[in-house]
Design a binder for this molecule. Structure first.
Ligand code: KIV
Ligand code: ZN
Length: 519
Protein backbone atom coordinates (compact mmCIF):
# COMPACT_ATOMS: atom_id res chain seq x y z
CA UNK A 1 0.00 0.00 0.00
CA UNK A 2 1.33 3.42 -0.88
CA UNK A 3 0.94 6.42 1.39
CA UNK A 4 -1.41 8.04 -1.11
CA UNK A 5 -3.80 5.05 -1.21
CA UNK A 6 -6.86 5.25 1.03
CA UNK A 7 -8.46 1.84 1.56
CA UNK A 8 -12.21 1.69 1.20
CA UNK A 9 -13.76 -0.55 3.85
CA UNK A 10 -17.34 -1.12 2.78
CA UNK A 11 -19.76 -1.82 5.63
CA UNK A 12 -23.02 -1.68 3.62
CA UNK A 13 -23.71 -5.32 4.50
CA UNK A 14 -22.99 -4.92 8.24
CA UNK A 15 -23.49 -1.43 9.71
CA UNK A 16 -25.76 -0.57 6.76
CA UNK A 17 -27.81 -3.73 6.90
CA UNK A 18 -28.37 -3.53 10.65
CA UNK A 19 -30.38 -0.27 10.31
CA UNK A 20 -34.18 -0.74 10.46
CA UNK A 21 -35.71 -1.10 7.00
CA UNK A 22 -32.46 -2.21 5.32
CA UNK A 23 -32.28 -5.90 6.14
CA UNK A 24 -31.35 -8.24 3.29
CA UNK A 25 -31.44 -11.96 2.63
CA UNK A 26 -28.35 -14.10 2.01
CA UNK A 27 -28.73 -14.22 -1.79
CA UNK A 28 -29.25 -10.46 -1.93
CA UNK A 29 -26.15 -9.85 0.18
CA UNK A 30 -24.11 -12.14 -2.06
CA UNK A 31 -25.21 -10.30 -5.19
CA UNK A 32 -24.35 -6.95 -3.61
CA UNK A 33 -21.00 -8.22 -2.34
CA UNK A 34 -20.07 -9.24 -5.91
CA UNK A 35 -21.02 -5.77 -7.16
CA UNK A 36 -19.13 -4.00 -4.35
CA UNK A 37 -16.01 -6.10 -5.00
CA UNK A 38 -16.27 -5.38 -8.72
CA UNK A 39 -16.48 -1.68 -7.88
CA UNK A 40 -13.07 -1.98 -6.20
CA UNK A 41 -13.70 -1.85 -2.43
CA UNK A 42 -10.55 -3.08 -0.64
CA UNK A 43 -12.45 -4.70 2.23
CA UNK A 44 -16.06 -5.84 2.51
CA UNK A 45 -17.49 -6.21 6.00
CA UNK A 46 -19.95 -8.95 5.10
CA UNK A 47 -21.75 -9.17 8.44
CA UNK A 48 -21.63 -10.12 12.09
CA UNK A 49 -21.17 -13.90 11.94
CA UNK A 50 -22.24 -14.61 15.53
CA UNK A 51 -25.50 -12.66 15.26
CA UNK A 52 -27.56 -15.54 13.79
CA UNK A 53 -27.18 -18.66 11.64
CA UNK A 54 -28.37 -16.57 8.67
CA UNK A 55 -25.63 -13.97 9.25
CA UNK A 56 -23.01 -16.70 9.65
CA UNK A 57 -24.09 -18.26 6.35
CA UNK A 58 -24.11 -14.93 4.53
CA UNK A 59 -20.53 -14.10 5.61
CA UNK A 60 -19.38 -17.66 4.90
CA UNK A 61 -20.93 -17.75 1.41
CA UNK A 62 -19.46 -14.36 0.53
CA UNK A 63 -16.06 -15.55 1.80
CA UNK A 64 -16.33 -18.61 -0.47
CA UNK A 65 -17.60 -16.88 -3.58
CA UNK A 66 -16.51 -13.26 -3.73
CA UNK A 67 -13.04 -12.50 -5.03
CA UNK A 68 -11.05 -9.31 -5.37
CA UNK A 69 -11.70 -7.90 -1.88
CA UNK A 70 -10.76 -8.89 1.66
CA UNK A 71 -13.83 -10.37 3.38
CA UNK A 72 -14.34 -9.30 6.97
CA UNK A 73 -16.64 -10.30 9.83
CA UNK A 74 -17.39 -8.23 12.93
CA UNK A 75 -17.06 -9.65 16.46
CA UNK A 76 -17.23 -8.31 19.96
CA UNK A 77 -14.11 -9.08 22.01
CA UNK A 78 -15.41 -12.44 23.21
CA UNK A 79 -14.52 -16.01 22.35
CA UNK A 80 -17.88 -17.02 20.82
CA UNK A 81 -18.01 -14.06 18.43
CA UNK A 82 -14.39 -14.46 17.35
CA UNK A 83 -14.72 -18.21 16.73
CA UNK A 84 -17.82 -17.53 14.62
CA UNK A 85 -16.03 -14.84 12.59
CA UNK A 86 -12.90 -16.99 12.19
CA UNK A 87 -14.92 -19.91 10.84
CA UNK A 88 -17.09 -17.75 8.63
CA UNK A 89 -14.18 -16.04 6.86
CA UNK A 90 -12.04 -19.18 6.62
CA UNK A 91 -12.76 -19.88 2.91
CA UNK A 92 -11.79 -16.35 1.80
CA UNK A 93 -8.56 -15.86 -0.18
CA UNK A 94 -8.05 -12.84 2.04
CA UNK A 95 -10.02 -12.71 5.29
CA UNK A 96 -10.14 -10.24 8.16
CA UNK A 97 -11.55 -10.37 11.67
CA UNK A 98 -12.79 -7.05 13.03
CA UNK A 99 -13.08 -7.06 16.80
CA UNK A 100 -14.27 -4.19 18.99
CA UNK A 101 -14.84 -3.07 22.53
CA UNK A 102 -16.10 0.27 23.82
CA UNK A 103 -13.53 2.53 25.47
CA UNK A 104 -15.38 5.73 26.47
CA UNK A 105 -16.19 6.41 30.15
CA UNK A 106 -19.96 6.23 29.54
CA UNK A 107 -19.73 2.86 27.83
CA UNK A 108 -17.22 1.48 30.36
CA UNK A 109 -19.36 2.45 33.32
CA UNK A 110 -22.93 1.86 32.12
CA UNK A 111 -22.68 -0.73 29.36
CA UNK A 112 -19.63 -2.86 30.11
CA UNK A 113 -19.29 -2.23 33.86
CA UNK A 114 -15.55 -2.62 33.40
CA UNK A 115 -12.61 -0.46 34.43
CA UNK A 116 -9.90 0.82 32.12
CA UNK A 117 -7.52 -2.10 32.68
CA UNK A 118 -10.24 -4.70 32.19
CA UNK A 119 -11.15 -3.16 28.82
CA UNK A 120 -7.53 -3.29 27.66
CA UNK A 121 -7.15 -6.85 28.90
CA UNK A 122 -10.29 -7.90 26.98
CA UNK A 123 -9.08 -6.16 23.82
CA UNK A 124 -5.72 -7.96 23.96
CA UNK A 125 -7.42 -11.32 24.54
CA UNK A 126 -9.75 -10.76 21.60
CA UNK A 127 -6.98 -9.72 19.22
CA UNK A 128 -4.80 -12.66 20.29
CA UNK A 129 -7.61 -15.13 19.65
CA UNK A 130 -8.45 -13.54 16.28
CA UNK A 131 -4.80 -13.91 15.23
CA UNK A 132 -5.20 -17.67 15.53
CA UNK A 133 -7.52 -17.46 12.49
CA UNK A 134 -5.91 -14.74 10.35
CA UNK A 135 -3.01 -12.31 10.50
CA UNK A 136 -5.34 -9.55 9.26
CA UNK A 137 -6.98 -8.30 12.47
CA UNK A 138 -8.73 -4.97 12.88
CA UNK A 139 -9.41 -3.52 16.30
CA UNK A 140 -12.04 -0.82 16.97
CA UNK A 141 -12.25 1.29 20.11
CA UNK A 142 -16.01 1.84 20.06
CA UNK A 143 -16.99 5.44 20.93
CA UNK A 144 -13.31 6.40 20.55
CA UNK A 145 -14.21 10.04 19.97
CA UNK A 146 -15.62 10.38 23.50
CA UNK A 147 -12.73 8.47 25.07
CA UNK A 148 -10.06 10.25 27.16
CA UNK A 149 -7.16 10.94 24.80
CA UNK A 150 -4.40 9.50 26.98
CA UNK A 151 -6.40 6.37 27.65
CA UNK A 152 -7.25 5.96 23.95
CA UNK A 153 -3.52 6.17 23.17
CA UNK A 154 -2.88 3.46 25.76
CA UNK A 155 -5.61 1.21 24.26
CA UNK A 156 -4.30 1.68 20.72
CA UNK A 157 -0.71 0.95 21.78
CA UNK A 158 -1.83 -2.25 23.50
CA UNK A 159 -3.86 -3.30 20.44
CA UNK A 160 -0.92 -2.77 18.07
CA UNK A 161 1.38 -4.56 20.46
CA UNK A 162 -1.05 -7.50 20.54
CA UNK A 163 -0.88 -7.71 16.74
CA UNK A 164 -3.80 -5.68 15.33
CA UNK A 165 -2.82 -4.37 11.89
CA UNK A 166 -5.71 -1.94 11.46
CA UNK A 167 -6.81 0.46 14.18
CA UNK A 168 -10.28 1.88 13.75
CA UNK A 169 -11.28 5.06 15.59
CA UNK A 170 -15.07 5.20 15.36
CA UNK A 171 -17.21 8.24 15.90
CA UNK A 172 -19.94 5.87 17.02
CA UNK A 173 -22.47 8.58 17.87
CA UNK A 174 -21.65 11.08 15.11
CA UNK A 175 -20.43 13.71 17.57
CA UNK A 176 -17.09 14.96 16.30
CA UNK A 177 -16.18 17.88 14.03
CA UNK A 178 -13.66 18.06 11.17
CA UNK A 179 -11.06 20.08 13.10
CA UNK A 180 -11.32 17.83 16.14
CA UNK A 181 -10.93 14.58 14.21
CA UNK A 182 -7.98 15.83 12.12
CA UNK A 183 -6.30 16.74 15.38
CA UNK A 184 -7.07 13.34 16.96
CA UNK A 185 -5.73 11.35 13.99
CA UNK A 186 -2.63 13.55 13.80
CA UNK A 187 -2.04 12.91 17.50
CA UNK A 188 -2.55 9.13 17.26
CA UNK A 189 -0.54 8.57 14.08
CA UNK A 190 2.40 10.57 15.43
CA UNK A 191 2.33 9.85 19.19
CA UNK A 192 1.30 6.19 19.48
CA UNK A 193 4.24 3.82 19.96
CA UNK A 194 4.23 1.38 17.00
CA UNK A 195 1.86 3.54 14.90
CA UNK A 196 3.88 2.74 11.77
CA UNK A 197 2.88 -0.96 12.10
CA UNK A 198 -0.85 -0.27 11.66
CA UNK A 199 -3.25 1.40 9.25
CA UNK A 200 -5.44 3.97 11.00
CA UNK A 201 -9.09 3.95 10.02
CA UNK A 202 -12.04 6.34 10.36
CA UNK A 203 -15.63 5.18 10.92
CA UNK A 204 -17.95 8.19 11.13
CA UNK A 205 -21.69 8.32 11.71
CA UNK A 206 -23.88 11.03 10.25
CA UNK A 207 -25.95 12.20 13.25
CA UNK A 208 -24.90 15.82 12.67
CA UNK A 209 -24.61 15.42 8.89
CA UNK A 210 -20.81 15.47 9.16
CA UNK A 211 -19.83 11.86 8.41
CA UNK A 212 -18.21 12.53 5.03
CA UNK A 213 -16.59 15.81 6.12
CA UNK A 214 -15.24 14.11 9.25
CA UNK A 215 -13.91 11.12 7.28
CA UNK A 216 -12.12 13.48 4.88
CA UNK A 217 -10.73 15.38 7.84
CA UNK A 218 -9.49 12.10 9.37
CA UNK A 219 -7.66 11.39 6.10
CA UNK A 220 -6.01 14.81 6.46
CA UNK A 221 -4.86 13.65 9.90
CA UNK A 222 -3.34 10.40 8.58
CA UNK A 223 -6.21 7.88 8.25
CA UNK A 224 -5.55 5.51 5.36
CA UNK A 225 -8.75 3.50 5.63
CA UNK A 226 -12.27 4.90 5.57
CA UNK A 227 -15.26 2.82 6.63
CA UNK A 228 -18.31 3.73 4.64
CA UNK A 229 -21.54 2.39 3.16
CA UNK A 230 -23.23 2.77 -0.19
CA UNK A 231 -25.92 5.47 -0.21
CA UNK A 232 -24.71 6.36 3.31
CA UNK A 233 -26.85 3.70 4.99
CA UNK A 234 -26.10 2.62 8.56
CA UNK A 235 -27.15 2.92 12.20
CA UNK A 236 -29.49 5.89 12.87
CA UNK A 237 -28.59 8.68 10.40
CA UNK A 238 -26.16 6.35 8.65
CA UNK A 239 -22.47 6.06 7.87
CA UNK A 240 -20.10 8.03 5.66
CA UNK A 241 -21.45 7.58 2.09
CA UNK A 242 -19.06 5.54 -0.06
CA UNK A 243 -19.96 7.37 -3.26
CA UNK A 244 -19.32 10.75 -1.65
CA UNK A 245 -15.95 9.95 -0.07
CA UNK A 246 -14.69 8.24 -3.25
CA UNK A 247 -15.76 11.12 -5.50
CA UNK A 248 -14.52 13.80 -3.07
CA UNK A 249 -11.05 12.22 -2.89
CA UNK A 250 -10.97 11.80 -6.66
CA UNK A 251 -12.35 15.21 -7.61
CA UNK A 252 -10.16 17.04 -5.06
CA UNK A 253 -7.00 14.96 -5.42
CA UNK A 254 -5.24 18.30 -5.85
CA UNK A 255 -6.19 19.12 -2.24
CA UNK A 256 -6.11 15.76 -0.43
CA UNK A 257 -3.20 14.23 -2.39
CA UNK A 258 -4.62 10.70 -2.01
CA UNK A 259 -7.00 8.47 -3.95
CA UNK A 260 -8.93 5.21 -3.69
CA UNK A 261 -9.06 2.24 -6.05
CA UNK A 262 -12.84 2.57 -6.55
CA UNK A 263 -13.90 2.21 -10.17
CA UNK A 264 -16.22 5.19 -9.96
CA UNK A 265 -18.06 4.19 -13.14
CA UNK A 266 -19.64 1.36 -11.13
CA UNK A 267 -20.99 3.64 -8.39
CA UNK A 268 -24.39 4.36 -9.92
CA UNK A 269 -25.07 0.70 -10.62
CA UNK A 270 -24.25 -0.39 -7.03
CA UNK A 271 -26.34 2.46 -5.63
CA UNK A 272 -29.34 1.38 -7.73
CA UNK A 273 -28.87 -2.27 -6.86
CA UNK A 274 -28.87 -1.44 -3.15
CA UNK A 275 -31.91 0.84 -3.43
CA UNK A 276 -33.90 -1.82 -5.30
CA UNK A 277 -32.80 -4.61 -2.98
CA UNK A 278 -33.84 -2.81 0.19
CA UNK A 279 -36.79 -0.86 -1.25
CA UNK A 280 -35.31 2.44 -0.10
CA UNK A 281 -35.07 4.82 -3.05
CA UNK A 282 -32.26 7.37 -3.14
CA UNK A 283 -33.54 10.95 -2.55
CA UNK A 284 -33.56 13.05 -5.74
CA UNK A 285 -31.13 15.61 -4.33
CA UNK A 286 -28.65 13.08 -2.92
CA UNK A 287 -25.05 13.98 -3.82
CA UNK A 288 -23.47 11.87 -6.60
CA UNK A 289 -26.29 9.32 -7.08
CA UNK A 290 -29.54 11.32 -6.77
CA UNK A 291 -31.68 11.87 -9.87
CA UNK A 292 -30.98 15.60 -9.72
CA UNK A 293 -27.25 15.32 -9.02
CA UNK A 294 -26.39 16.16 -12.63
CA UNK A 295 -29.62 17.88 -13.75
CA UNK A 296 -29.43 21.53 -14.72
CA UNK A 297 -32.84 23.09 -14.56
CA UNK A 298 -32.42 26.84 -14.46
CA UNK A 299 -32.00 28.68 -17.76
CA UNK A 300 -28.80 30.37 -16.60
CA UNK A 301 -27.23 27.04 -15.64
CA UNK A 302 -28.36 25.33 -18.86
CA UNK A 303 -26.88 28.15 -20.90
CA UNK A 304 -23.57 27.87 -19.06
CA UNK A 305 -23.40 24.08 -19.36
CA UNK A 306 -24.14 24.21 -23.08
CA UNK A 307 -21.30 26.69 -23.56
CA UNK A 308 -18.91 24.70 -21.34
CA UNK A 309 -19.90 21.88 -18.99
CA UNK A 310 -17.34 22.92 -16.40
CA UNK A 311 -19.24 26.16 -15.67
CA UNK A 312 -21.60 24.21 -13.41
CA UNK A 313 -20.21 20.66 -13.35
CA UNK A 314 -17.28 19.54 -11.21
CA UNK A 315 -17.80 15.87 -12.18
CA UNK A 316 -19.17 14.25 -15.30
CA UNK A 317 -22.21 11.95 -14.97
CA UNK A 318 -20.24 9.32 -16.91
CA UNK A 319 -17.59 9.37 -14.13
CA UNK A 320 -20.09 7.69 -11.80
CA UNK A 321 -21.62 5.50 -14.48
CA UNK A 322 -24.66 7.56 -15.47
CA UNK A 323 -25.14 7.04 -19.19
CA UNK A 324 -26.56 9.95 -21.11
CA UNK A 325 -27.19 8.72 -24.63
CA UNK A 326 -30.28 6.64 -23.69
CA UNK A 327 -30.31 4.66 -26.96
CA UNK A 328 -33.59 2.96 -27.64
CA UNK A 329 -33.85 -0.80 -28.11
CA UNK A 330 -36.85 -2.50 -29.68
CA UNK A 331 -38.23 -5.95 -30.40
CA UNK A 332 -35.70 -6.54 -33.18
CA UNK A 333 -32.70 -5.87 -30.95
CA UNK A 334 -30.64 -8.95 -30.20
CA UNK A 335 -28.82 -10.43 -27.24
CA UNK A 336 -25.54 -8.69 -28.12
CA UNK A 337 -27.22 -5.26 -28.17
CA UNK A 338 -28.78 -5.99 -24.78
CA UNK A 339 -25.47 -7.15 -23.30
CA UNK A 340 -23.78 -4.07 -24.69
CA UNK A 341 -26.40 -1.77 -23.13
CA UNK A 342 -26.15 -3.61 -19.79
CA UNK A 343 -22.37 -3.10 -19.78
CA UNK A 344 -22.77 0.60 -20.53
CA UNK A 345 -25.11 0.81 -17.54
CA UNK A 346 -22.39 -0.79 -15.37
CA UNK A 347 -23.80 -4.34 -15.10
CA UNK A 348 -21.78 -7.40 -16.09
CA UNK A 349 -24.26 -10.20 -16.75
CA UNK A 350 -23.33 -13.87 -16.74
CA UNK A 351 -24.71 -15.95 -19.66
CA UNK A 352 -27.54 -17.22 -17.45
CA UNK A 353 -28.44 -13.75 -16.27
CA UNK A 354 -28.35 -12.44 -19.84
CA UNK A 355 -30.65 -15.24 -21.00
CA UNK A 356 -33.15 -14.53 -18.27
CA UNK A 357 -33.11 -10.74 -18.81
CA UNK A 358 -33.36 -11.30 -22.58
CA UNK A 359 -36.62 -13.25 -22.19
CA UNK A 360 -38.09 -10.42 -20.06
CA UNK A 361 -36.78 -7.87 -22.55
CA UNK A 362 -38.49 -9.61 -25.49
CA UNK A 363 -41.78 -9.81 -23.56
CA UNK A 364 -41.50 -6.14 -22.73
CA UNK A 365 -40.58 -5.16 -26.29
CA UNK A 366 -43.74 -6.93 -27.48
CA UNK A 367 -45.80 -4.64 -25.29
CA UNK A 368 -43.81 -1.43 -25.65
CA UNK A 369 -42.57 0.10 -28.89
CA UNK A 370 -39.36 1.47 -27.43
CA UNK A 371 -37.34 0.08 -24.53
CA UNK A 372 -35.26 2.71 -22.73
CA UNK A 373 -32.24 2.44 -20.43
CA UNK A 374 -34.44 2.79 -17.33
CA UNK A 375 -36.57 -0.17 -18.53
CA UNK A 376 -33.46 -2.30 -19.06
CA UNK A 377 -32.08 -1.27 -15.70
CA UNK A 378 -35.39 -2.27 -14.03
CA UNK A 379 -35.33 -5.68 -15.76
CA UNK A 380 -31.72 -6.32 -14.70
CA UNK A 381 -32.39 -5.25 -11.12
CA UNK A 382 -35.48 -7.46 -11.08
CA UNK A 383 -33.41 -10.43 -12.22
CA UNK A 384 -30.67 -9.59 -9.71
CA UNK A 385 -32.83 -9.50 -6.64
CA UNK A 386 -35.57 -11.97 -7.45
CA UNK A 387 -35.58 -15.09 -5.33
CA UNK A 388 -37.05 -17.39 -7.98
CA UNK A 389 -39.93 -19.65 -6.81
CA UNK A 390 -41.49 -21.55 -5.22
CA UNK A 391 -44.66 -19.61 -6.21
CA UNK A 392 -45.27 -18.23 -9.68
CA UNK A 393 -48.17 -16.15 -11.05
CA UNK A 394 -49.54 -18.01 -14.07
CA UNK A 395 -52.40 -15.59 -14.74
CA UNK A 396 -54.08 -12.61 -13.20
CA UNK A 397 -57.23 -10.84 -14.31
CA UNK A 398 -58.75 -8.02 -12.31
CA UNK A 399 -61.98 -6.06 -12.68
CA UNK A 400 -62.14 -2.69 -10.95
CA UNK A 401 -64.13 0.52 -10.88
CA UNK A 402 -67.13 1.92 -9.04
CA UNK A 403 -70.43 0.13 -9.50
CA UNK A 404 -73.03 -0.33 -6.76
CA UNK A 405 -73.74 -3.94 -7.79
CA UNK A 406 -70.22 -5.23 -8.41
CA UNK A 407 -67.15 -4.95 -6.29
CA UNK A 408 -63.63 -5.33 -7.71
CA UNK A 409 -62.66 -8.94 -8.31
CA UNK A 410 -59.34 -10.71 -8.91
CA UNK A 411 -59.07 -14.05 -10.76
CA UNK A 412 -55.70 -15.53 -9.99
CA UNK A 413 -53.90 -18.73 -10.95
CA UNK A 414 -50.72 -19.53 -9.03
CA UNK A 415 -48.44 -22.52 -9.45
CA UNK A 416 -46.00 -23.94 -6.94
CA UNK A 417 -42.75 -25.71 -7.80
CA UNK A 418 -44.04 -28.82 -6.02
CA UNK A 419 -46.61 -29.18 -8.86
CA UNK A 420 -49.69 -27.57 -7.26
CA UNK A 421 -51.79 -25.25 -9.44
CA UNK A 422 -54.30 -23.14 -7.48
CA UNK A 423 -57.08 -20.86 -8.77
CA UNK A 424 -59.13 -18.35 -6.86
CA UNK A 425 -61.71 -15.62 -7.49
CA UNK A 426 -61.60 -13.00 -4.78
CA UNK A 427 -63.77 -9.92 -4.31
CA UNK A 428 -62.76 -6.97 -2.12
CA UNK A 429 -63.19 -3.22 -1.69
CA UNK A 430 -60.38 -2.45 -4.16
CA UNK A 431 -58.46 -4.29 -6.88
CA UNK A 432 -55.12 -4.41 -5.00
CA UNK A 433 -56.88 -5.63 -1.89
CA UNK A 434 -58.65 -8.35 -3.93
CA UNK A 435 -55.35 -9.54 -5.41
CA UNK A 436 -53.49 -9.64 -2.11
CA UNK A 437 -56.36 -11.32 -0.22
CA UNK A 438 -56.55 -13.93 -2.98
CA UNK A 439 -52.80 -14.59 -2.84
CA UNK A 440 -52.92 -14.90 0.96
CA UNK A 441 -55.73 -17.48 0.73
CA UNK A 442 -54.03 -19.57 -1.94
CA UNK A 443 -50.57 -19.59 -0.34
CA UNK A 444 -51.81 -19.93 3.25
CA UNK A 445 -49.93 -16.86 4.48
CA UNK A 446 -51.46 -14.26 6.74
CA UNK A 447 -49.43 -11.21 5.83
CA UNK A 448 -50.13 -7.61 6.57
CA UNK A 449 -49.44 -5.01 3.89
CA UNK A 450 -47.72 -2.07 5.62
CA UNK A 451 -47.21 0.01 2.51
CA UNK A 452 -47.04 -0.24 -1.22
CA UNK A 453 -45.73 2.09 -3.89
CA UNK A 454 -45.98 1.83 -7.64
CA UNK A 455 -44.21 4.18 -10.02
CA UNK A 456 -43.57 4.30 -13.73
CA UNK A 457 -40.00 3.55 -14.72
CA UNK A 458 -40.16 5.60 -17.95
CA UNK A 459 -42.59 8.02 -19.55
CA UNK A 460 -45.66 7.41 -21.74
CA UNK A 461 -48.86 5.39 -21.48
CA UNK A 462 -47.03 2.13 -22.17
CA UNK A 463 -44.40 2.78 -19.47
CA UNK A 464 -43.24 -0.09 -17.31
CA UNK A 465 -44.33 0.05 -13.65
CA UNK A 466 -42.16 -0.86 -10.69
CA UNK A 467 -43.94 -1.81 -7.46
CA UNK A 468 -42.45 -2.00 -3.98
CA UNK A 469 -44.33 -3.57 -1.10
CA UNK A 470 -43.49 -3.65 2.58
CA UNK A 471 -45.18 -6.47 4.38
CA UNK A 472 -45.10 -7.73 7.94
CA UNK A 473 -45.53 -11.23 9.21
CA UNK A 474 -45.49 -11.34 13.01
CA UNK A 475 -42.46 -9.28 14.10
CA UNK A 476 -40.64 -9.64 10.77
CA UNK A 477 -40.81 -7.02 8.06
CA UNK A 478 -40.15 -7.83 4.40
CA UNK A 479 -39.65 -5.88 1.22
CA UNK A 480 -40.61 -7.16 -2.23
CA UNK A 481 -40.29 -5.73 -5.71
CA UNK A 482 -42.00 -6.50 -9.02
CA UNK A 483 -42.16 -4.99 -12.47
CA UNK A 484 -44.65 -5.17 -15.34
CA UNK A 485 -46.32 -2.88 -17.85
CA UNK A 486 -49.43 -3.54 -15.70
CA UNK A 487 -49.32 -1.85 -12.28
CA UNK A 488 -51.55 -4.42 -10.55
CA UNK A 489 -49.48 -7.30 -11.91
CA UNK A 490 -46.28 -5.52 -10.75
CA UNK A 491 -47.79 -5.24 -7.25
CA UNK A 492 -48.83 -8.90 -7.25
CA UNK A 493 -45.30 -9.90 -8.31
CA UNK A 494 -43.81 -7.79 -5.51
CA UNK A 495 -46.13 -9.52 -3.01
CA UNK A 496 -45.29 -12.99 -4.35
CA UNK A 497 -41.59 -12.02 -4.13
CA UNK A 498 -42.08 -11.58 -0.35
CA UNK A 499 -43.94 -14.88 0.02
CA UNK A 500 -41.17 -16.67 -1.89
CA UNK A 501 -38.57 -15.07 0.36
CA UNK A 502 -40.45 -16.22 3.50
CA UNK A 503 -40.89 -19.77 2.19
CA UNK A 504 -37.26 -20.06 1.10
CA UNK A 505 -36.05 -18.79 4.45
CA UNK A 506 -38.31 -21.27 6.29
CA UNK A 507 -36.96 -24.11 4.11
CA UNK A 508 -33.37 -23.02 4.82
CA UNK A 509 -33.94 -22.74 8.57
CA UNK A 510 -35.56 -26.16 8.56
CA UNK A 511 -32.37 -27.66 7.12
CA UNK A 512 -30.06 -25.66 9.37
CA UNK A 513 -28.34 -26.61 12.62
CA UNK A 514 -28.45 -24.14 15.52
CA UNK A 515 -25.43 -21.80 15.45
CA UNK A 516 -23.94 -23.23 18.69
CA UNK A 517 -23.46 -26.54 16.87
CA UNK A 518 -21.36 -24.85 14.22
CA UNK A 519 -18.58 -23.71 16.54
O1 KIV B 1 -20.11 2.75 15.07
C1 KIV B 1 -19.34 1.93 15.59
O2 KIV B 1 -18.66 2.19 16.59
C2 KIV B 1 -19.26 0.61 14.97
C3 KIV B 1 -18.17 -0.28 15.47
C4 KIV B 1 -18.61 -1.66 15.66
C5 KIV B 1 -17.00 -0.17 14.54
O3 KIV B 1 -19.99 0.31 14.06
ZN1 ZN C 1 -20.90 2.12 13.15
Amino acid sequence: MTQDHVKIFDTTLRDGEQAPGFSMGGAQKLRLAHAIAEMGADIIEAGFAAASPGDFDAVNTIAKEVEGATICSLSRCNDGDIHASGKAIAPAKSGRIHTFIATSPLHREYKLKMDKDQVIERAIKGITLALAYTDDVEFSAEDAIRTERDYLKQVVEAAIDAGATTINIPDTVGYTTPEEITDLFTFLTTEVAGAEKAVFSAHCHDDLGLAVANSLAAVRGGARQVECAMNGIGERAGNCALEEIAMALRTRKDFFGVDTQIDTKKIYMVSKLLASTTGNPVPRNKAIVGKNAFAHESGIHQHGVLANRETYEIMKPEDVGIEQDNLVLGKHSGRAALQNRAQKLGFSLSDNQLNSVFVDFKNLADKKREVFDADIEALILGEAISTGGPWNIDSLYVSAGSDADNSPEANITLSHEDGRVEKISQKAGGPVNAVLMGINKVTGHDLHLDSFKARSVTEGEDAMAEADVRVSSGYESYHGRGTSTDTILATARAYIDVINRIERRAARNHNQQPIAAQH
